[in-house]
Design a protein around this ligand. Structure first.
Ligand code: SF4
Length: 108
């Protein structure tokens, strides 16, 4: 079993493995996991409001910290995991609305 030291967004560290994460999540009643009892597409939504709803639902999840650690370890490419939004393997504060130009793009 591989153990990795993670540095969370708050600067704390944790030793986790994917096996540990799966074992712990497997011991929890699925009905307590918000992403199992709600529409799972909410965790991969395009709408910034839906993404914020998913993040809020994660906060009540009994495996939230482990889920976040696992997502950081796997460098999840997309979606809400452990109450945080991931994009290309890193946590980003919020989803940008569709069609909004980036700050560094030149005005047309
Ligand atoms: S913390 Fe993870 S397992 Fe819990 S609801 Fe959020 S995405 Fe699902």
């Amino acid at each position: 079993m591989t153990v990795s030291e993670l540095v969370r967004t708050d600067g704390t560290t944790a030793d986790v493995s994917l096996g540990q994460l799966h074992d712990t999540a497997g011991q929890v009643d699925e009905e307590l996991l918000p992403c199992r009892v709600n529409n799972p597409e909410l965790w991969f939504a395009e709408s910034p409001a839906d993404v914020e709803d998913a993040k809020a639902l994660c906060l009540a999840c009994p495996v939230q910290a482990l889920c976040l650690d696992g997502a950081l370890e796997r460098r999840e490419p997309w979606g809400v995991w452990g109450g945080q939004l991931f994009l290309q393997g890193v946590v980003i504060p919020r989803k940008r609305p569709r069609g909004r130009p980036r700050k560094n793009e030149a005005a047309a």
